[in-house]
Design a protein around this ligand. Structure first.
Ligand SMILES: Cc1ncc(C[n+]2csc(CCOP(=O)(O)OP(=O)(O)O)c2C)c(N)n1
Ligand code: SF4
Length: 307
């Protein structure tokens, strides 16, 4: 679907108290367009929750349950159980959590809800940091990135949460990016039609947290995909298919752009380039991304059995 054909109805209204150019809220606005008004949002502590709970100025046109940081999956289980009791079987229940609320503190309640087969969509908007509390590292922060708790650059690699979700044998797992909004919209629409637990993860460049000019936000998301730092794929019943540019890279039709094109414009990686280039760290990042693409080849060939 082209952007001009998206539904006109807005379920997120102007005046939201996020940073200017925040694509977390762009992705959420598009998600609500794809799901429609019969949707309940569960929002664990995060930037989104801060925007949601500024009563009476909440911008959302759907009910929002702001929730304790760790409890996204558990709260969604409760909402789904209540709706079932009421006989309401056409309401979308969506957790909208940051990477902190997904990869780290929210992991056990999300994993439990997935394992119980809860009929809901868990969206991780991954800005690769705890942004709401001032840019701390998370399990999704990439190697080498500056944060206030990794001020010499993070020394660990990020977790692979989509793979952890694939190992839960979910009927639908997909990654997307706020910079490829039609693809993101399509994946939300697909998740809506599938019964059971669905996991979506959206790549969300964050200008203040990653330290780049806000007008480059969409470009930064595209560079992540074009350099292979972020991959777009979806897995229905364990069968993995890569999408758009990521598919072209996987099929060998285009090459990945040099990773430096993505890293260098971001202040969080400035120490890798100035006062002089840290060739060892950059080579480590290149090796890691190469390894990720070797695994993507295997995933696309073998998939994950669901049963
Ligand atoms: C148990 C608990 N610890 C810490 C906090 C403080 N806190 C609120 S939001 C937040 C960061 C959330 O990070 P993330 O989930 O990545 O979302 P983002 O802020 O990036 O939108 C933290 C640490 C909290 N609310 N509850
Ligand atoms: S800190 Fe980042 S994720 Fe949070 S509101 Fe600002 S731009 Fe959005």
């Amino acid at each position: 679907m082209a952007i001009k054909d998206l539904p006109r109805e807005e379920l997120m209204h102007p005046g939201a108290g996020s940073c200017p150019a925040c694509v977390d809220l762009l992705a959420l606005r598009m998600t609500l367009k794809a799901l429609g008004p019969k949707t309940v949002l569960v929002s664990p502590a995060s930037c989104t929750a801060s925007v949601a709970c500024g009563y009476p100025k909440s911008p959302f046109g759907v009910p929002v349950l702001t929730m304790a940081f760790a409890a996204g999956g558990a709260a969604a289980s409760g909402v789904v159980a209540a709706l079932n009791r009421l006989g309401e079987d056409d309401v979308n229940v969506v957790v909208w959590a940051g990477d902190g609320g997904t990869y780290d503190i929210g992991l056990q309640s999300m994993s439990g809800a997935m394992e119980r087969g809860t009929n809901y969509i868990f969206v991780c908007y991954n800005n690769e940091i705890y942004s709401n509390t001032g840019v701390q590292r998370s399990g999704a922060t990439p190697f080498g990135a500056w944060t206030t708790t990794s001020w010499k650059g993070k020394v660990e690699q990020r977790k692979d949460m989509p793979a952890i979700m694939l190992a839960h044998r979910l009927p639908y797992v997909a990654t997307a990016s706020a910079s490829y909004i039609e693809d993101l919209y399509r994946k939300v629409q697909k998740a809506r039609t599938i019964k059971g637990p669905k996991y979506l993860e959206f790549h969300i460049p964050c200008a203040p947290g990653w330290r780049f000019p806000m007008e480059r936000t969409i470009e930064m998301g595209r560079l992540a995909v074009e350099t292979g730092a972020w991959a777009l794929f979806e897995a229905e019943n364990g069968k993995v298919e890569f999408n758009l540019r990521s598919k072209q890279i996987l099929d060998g039709k285009v090459s990945r752009r040099p990773i430096e094109e993505y890293l260098e414009p971001q202040g969080r990686f400035a120490h890798l380039f100035r006062p002089e280039r840290d060739e060892e760290a950059l080579a480590g990042i290149r090796r890691f991304i190469d390894g990720e693409w070797d695994r993507y080849h295997q995933l696309a060939t073998c998939g994950i059995a669901v049963g």
